[in-house]
Design a protein around this ligand. Structure first.
Ligand code: MN
Length: 146
């Protein structure tokens, strides 16, 4: 069937709400994953992630890129050395090997579409040294501790 109707905020017919990642595989909090489009004839996937208030995605980087559109809620993202407030319909481009993390605000979930290559490398987590380097910027330290 070619149309899957929206059934609620951030929900669609015949789309399973999945775990973000395997528990314990990497640090994250209160985030779900849905694969909206995944067809071998189109060499990308479109996923929808939703972060509950106070939650966050994994701080990571990888060779593949992300093209992100915020769909609902407000939050902040770290991209490289920049921290941005984001809200509905804002677009975020995450270049290769750029550290990134999304954090929901405290009072509403942050939901966003994320397009990726079908075949992609595994995310890298920061080493202690790399994390210390990021934390040298007090704005980034405050972001990571929020
Ligand atoms: Mn990523």
């Amino acid at each position: 069937m070619s149309v899957r109707k929206r059934t609620g905020a951030g929900r669609w017919e015949r789309v399973d709400v999945l775990a973000y990642k395997e528990e314990g595989a990497a640090p994250f909090k209160a985030i779900s994953r849905q694969v909206l489009f995944d067809d071998p004839r189109l060499l990308c996937q479109l996923r929808y992630f939703e972060i509950a208030p106070g939650g966050y995605s994994t701080l990571e980087r990888h060779e593949h890129m992300h093209a992100v559109m915020i769909l609902r809620g407000r939050g902040r993202c770290l991209v490289g050395n920049e921290i941005h407030e984001v809200g509905p319909h804002d677009l975020v481009t995450i270049a290769p090997l750029t550290w990134h993390q999304f954090r929901a605000g405290t009072d509403e979930p942050l939901g966003f579409l994320c397009m990726v290559n079908n075949e992609r490398d595994r995310p890298q987590l920061p080493t202690e040294e790399q994390l210390a380097e990021l934390r040298r910027d007090p704005r980034i330290a405050a972001f990571l501790d929020s």
